[in-house]
Design a protein around this ligand. Structure first.
Ligand SMILES: [Zn+2]
Length: 263
């Protein structure tokens, strides 16, 4: 079992996005002029396990448009094929591809993938709802076309502190767990490494470890209470299992992966 960190460029985020005020003021802060924080990585992850290659998230592409609260630095040479080449892999030899959610910085890179791209049923429904489609139009971030998205049910019951999960390998060492909040159908991937660590590839369950410990819902969560419930499940999972928590945009995620730093 090996877990490789991939990176497809960086993003700059507004302070008001990472530390939003509560309620309407928090939403307005996203749109008004304000301070920006230093750039954060846009990570994806490649798992190699018993001859199989499992890609978690697909990263961003150079065509991405900036948002009022996020500016992207992604060149064509940062996109998924190049990120995979850096760890000796290619987009043509992936066995399983799964995205944590359907925001562009996790799903746009799917244009480079020939395999089906797994996404939770709840996320697929939300992204194709009227509200979801309107949000994609406003943010100029349509779902990538010509991608074979395959909605999956998380129907293998609870896992750890999570209410629903789906095995992605027969031996259950790679699983998708339901972590709604940032988006309605967000999932995280738990990888049980050779030493029994639960490496939790968190997507945007939170932007950082600090946000997790602060139990702070993020600025775009449609349901902040649900987001905090998910944060509490992750924290509880970390108390019950040796968990390494790796959000996609945390500058310290790679160091924590290498050192297997526990929650
Ligand atoms: Zn993201």
């Amino acid at each position: 079992m090996r877990i490789h960190a991939l990176q497809t460029g960086t993003a700059e985020l507004k302070q008001a996005f990472l530390h939003p005020r509560r309620g309407l003021a928090g939403r307005l802060g996203l749109l008004l002029p304000g301070a920006w924080v230093p750039s954060v990585p846009i990570h994806a992850w490649l798992i190699e396990h018993e001859g199989r290659r499992i890609l978690v998230d697909t990263g961003e592409t150079a065509t991405v448009k900036d948002l009022p609260f996020a500016r992207y630095n992604v060149a064509a040479g940062d996109e998924l094929p190049h990120a995979l080449a850096q760890v000796g892999a290619s987009a043509d030899d992936l066995d399983t591809v799964v995205v944590t959610h359907l925001h562009s910085d996790h799903a746009d890179g799917a244009v480079h993938v020939n395999a089906p791209v797994l996404v939770s049923e709840a996320e697929w429904r939300a992204a194709n709802s009227l509200v979801g489609r309107a949000a994609q139009r406003v943010s100029r971030a349509p779902l990538p076309t010509q991608v074979d998205f395959r909605p999956i049910a998380l129907d293998d019951g609870p896992f750890g502190t999570f209410a629903a999960n789906r095995r992605l390998t027969d031996d259950g060492r790679v699983r998708a767990v339901f972590t709604p909040g940032h988006t309605p159908g967000h999932i995280s991937i738990i990888v049980i490494d050779d030493d029994g660590h639960h490496v939790l590839l968190g997507g945007d369950a939170t932007d950082s470890l600090e946000q997790l410990h602060s139990r702070r819902p993020d600025a775009v969560a449609p349901n902040p209470r649900l987001h905090v419930e998910t944060i509490d499940r992750i924290l509880a999972h970390g108390r019950q299992n040796p968990t390494v928590y790796l959000p996609s945009h945390d500058r310290q995620s790679v160091a924590r992966l290498e050192a297997r730093t526990l929650l």
